[in-house]
Design a protein around this ligand. Structure first.
Ligand code: CP
Ligand code: NVA
Length: 309
């Protein structure tokens, strides 16, 4: 029997994606009402992280604990991967001891290699190419605040990076328009853009991108691994700061989203990220709920309906 992994948003069909988001909403309400659900009891998930994390680590570890399971965390220097053990051997060993692998790494090929050798589901907790778990939470957040995203216009301002790539895939799957404004040398992956036409439009002009947008999104100008480019990027990206002037050119009451961590005064002003249109902390919280729903789906956990009385 083949194992279902989650390396890209396109590993899910549109109905599966919507089902997971719907379940995430239920899990969110359940948690708020103190209703517990131990569907991961006896199950172990291993987090293999080759990069730093705050939200992804905490949301997975908390979510696994809330579902009654156990998480084993291996940071960048803790496993034998950093001493040259192969990803294939690591995947086989974990598969004999645990039920799920969550991996954060640099080159996307590394997570593909993990998935190719793993006998348990592998979840992508971010690579240099994409960040599909972030999109589960971002879509949940949009739907929570505004309803159906199909047919709407979304603006991405700044770097054509991993999170931008996952937004592009989301635009194709759920059929909304994504306007991306980046400096010319920082555009997203061309092959992915070709796959996502006609949903994705790319421009140099942030004001053109936000026209009619129901949500304006940005991310750091220097992703993990690009720290030595920080000062060069700060200069190139200056015209792409999301400030109040840019927000006013989007639709009235457009949402502001950011996956975090954010750098106030660079990609976004404090006025915008801390202002009334910002939903960044709901977005961060939804990582927890969306990933719990994703884990249930990948572990093929059949939910027993609650008793009628
Ligand atoms: N948004 C996100 O993935 O945050 P972390 O890098 O803190 O996990
Ligand atoms: N683009 C950022 C996202 C962090 C969650 C990075 O890769 O560092």
């Amino acid at each position: 029997m083949s194992v279902q992994h989650f390396l890209c948003l396109s590993d899910l069909s549109a109905p599966e994606l919507m089902m997971i988001i719907d379940r995430a909403m239920t899990l969110k309400a359940d948690l708020r009402a103190n209703r517990t659900c131990n569907v991961m009891q006896g199950k172990v998930a291993v987090l293999v992280f080759e990069k730093n994390s705050t939200r992804t680590r905490i949301s997975f570890e908390s979510g696994i604990a809330q579902l009654g399971g156990h998480a084993v965390f291996m940071g960048p220097a803790e496993s034998h991967l950093s001493r040259g053990e192969s990803i294939g051997d690591t995947a086989q060993v974990i598969s004999r001891m645990a039920d799920l692998i969550i991996m954060r790494t640099s080159a996307h090929e590394r997570i593909e290699e993990m998935a190719n050798s793993a006998l348990v589901p592998v979840i992508n907790g971010l690579t240099d190419f994409n960040h599909p778990c972030q999109l589960l939470a971002d879509l949940q957040t949009y739907i929570q605040y505004r309803g159906d995203i199909t047919g709407t216009t979304v603006a991405w301002i700044g770097d054509g990076n991993n999170v931008c790539h996952s937004w592009m895939t989301a635009a194709r799957i759920l059929d909304f328009r994504l306007n991306i404004a980046t400096p010319p040398g920082f555009r997203p992956n061309q092959a992915l853009h070709d796959q996502c036409r006609p949903n994705v439009f790319i421009t140099d002009d942030p004001f053109e991108a936000v026209k009619n947008a129901e949500v304006v999104i940005t991310d750091t100008w220097a992703s993990m691994g690009q720290e030595n480019e920080w000062s060069e990027r700060n200069n190139v990206f200056k015209p792409y700061c999301v400030d109040s002037k840019l927000m006013r050119r989007a639709r009235k009451d457009a949402l502001f989203m950011h996956c975090l961590p954010a750098y106030r005064g660079q990609e976004v002003t404090a006025e915008v990220i801390d202002g009334a249109q910002s939903v960044v902390f709901a977005e961060a919280e939804n990582r927890l709920h969306a990933q719990k729903a994703l884990m249930e789906f990948l572990l093929d956990i059949k939910l027993v309906p609650p008793p009628r009385r």
